[in-house]
Design a protein around this ligand. Structure first.
Ligand code: NAD
Ligand code: AHE
Ligand code: ZN
Length: 370
């Protein structure tokens, strides 16, 4: 079949909207009509050429919501007409990691996802006979895409696609980092570095679990107003206090350091600040941001010897097929706010504007509706 899709031809080049060919789903796969997709910083990161797994030409996008239109042989967990959210972190419920219940990092199809193909090593996308790579197993910048059934979460039918698409990455990553990965306790002091599409969801997750101080750190003061709306109690601008004073500013606000800190920037200097701003003896710092391929983090080992824990999270530690439907329920029940984070929406033809707005710090989330 044919599908409109925004194709990334080369690193750094704007996407172009094409009519691509999409081959039907094979065994264990489903064809999904994507109704809406968010644009995440990770899409921009891969487009920039800094992603070790970035392949071109590719159809990017990993934050979508849509409807199952066709199922391949042997598919049992979803049917035609089901509403689904694609999962870049699938949940096979059979691999060692899924069975361990210790991590959400399902391994069943991870290697082919990183190679830009379906699990059988081939692509369902082509244009004029030339194959186009998938991206993170999702490719939500195509109106129709193919996914393994283990990589879709079935969700309720009354939830609006143009809002719940954001649960496909940003919302779940931010809130999940708080509740599944860090397990922030009521009354904890929290510091969030980077108040974008992810960091603001960390803020609302921290508020949800009853955190005490929720400190936001960002170089863009335009983020303050929305951050306060999502639970920020105090703000630190590294450009005002001085980059070398960020850690002490947080220690002063918390009486020695935050119980939990989160990096939502992808900047390795910030990751170090976040670790060192966590409390001696028990502080935990969670890396969410994705750093350029080849970048490394450093700190004095003394920071760890003195009881801090440095950890990371992908997709907020959420088990997609299990946890995502519940997060949709939280949204529908008014427990979490998504609407105010979606600052821009546009048709696929204007998708490059979404990247520009994000790079300029003028949007939180842009959503493309098909
Ligand atoms: P974004 O562009 O919306 O937000 C980034 C924010 O960081 C901006 O507000 C920016 O002003 C701020 N910032 C930049 N440099 C800073 C600095 N030196 N100090 C303080 N603040 C700074 O991006 P996003 O969509 O929120 O994504 C954030 C990061 O999370 C990206 O690296 C993205 O790739 C990553 N990410 C990771 C996961 C995961 O599963 N681990 C999921 C989604 C996104
Ligand atoms: N391809 C990159 C890794 C990028 C990365 O860490 N991605 C996160 C999700 S970001 C969503 O916006 C992730 O899920 N990581 C775990 C995994 O298995 O990829 C690189 O550096 O090679
Ligand atoms: Zn993302």
């Amino acid at each position: 079949m044919k599908s409109r899709a925004a194709v990334a031809w080369n690193a750094g080049a704007p996407l172009t909207v094409e009519t691509v060919d999409v081959a039907g789903p094979r065994g264990g796969e489903v064809l999904v009509e994507i109704m809406a997709t968010g644009i995440c910083h990770t899409d921009a990161y891969t487009l920039s050429g800094l992603d070790a797994e970035g392949k071109f030409p590719a159809i990017l996008g990993h934050e979508g919501a849509g409807i199952v239109r066709e199922i391949g042989a042997g598919v049992t967990s979803v049917k035609v007409g089901d509403h689904v959210i694609p999962l870049y972190t699938p949940e096979c419920r059979e691999c060692k990691t899924c069975l361990s219940q210790r991590s959400n990092l399902c391994t069943s199809i991870r290697s082919t996802q990183g190679q830009g193909t379906m699990p059988d090593g081939t692509s369902r996308f082509s244009l004029n006979g030339e194959s186009i790579f998938h991206y993170m197993g999702c490719s939500t910048f195509s109106n129709f895409t193919v996914l393994p059934e283990i990589a879709v979460a079935k969700v309720r039918q009354d939830a609006p696609f143009d809002k719940i698409c954001y649960i496909g990455c940003g919302v779940t990553t931010g809130i999940g980092a708080v509740i599944y990965t860090a397990k922030v306790w009521p009354g904890a002091n929290v510091a969030v570095f980077g108040l974008g599409g992810i960091g603001l969801n960390v803020l609302q997750g921290a508020r949800m679990v009853g955190a005490n101080k929720i400190i936001g750190v960002d170089i863009n003061p335009a983020k303050v107003e929305i951050a306060r709306k999502f639970g920020m109690t105090d703000f630190v601008n590294p450009r005002d206090v001085g980059n070398d004073k960020v850690v002490s500013a947080i220690q002063d606000l918390t009486g020695g350091g935050a119980d939990f800190t989160f990096d939502c920037t992808g900047n390795t200097t910030v990751m170090r600040q976040a670790l060192e701003a966590s409390h001696r003896g028990w502080g935990t710092s969670v890396v969410i941001g994705v750093a350029p391929s080849g970048a490394e983090i450093s700190t004095r080992p003394f920071q760890l010897v003195t009881g801090r824990t440095w950890k990371g999270t992908a997709f907020g530690g959420a088990r997609g097929r299990t946890d995502v439907p519940q997060i949709v329920d939280w949204y529908m029940g008014g427990k979490i706010n998504i609407d105010d984070l979606i600052t821009h929406s546009m048709p696929l033809e204007n998708i490059n504007t979404a990247f520009d707005l994000m790079q300029e710090g003028k949007s939180i989330r842009s959503v493309v509706t098909y």
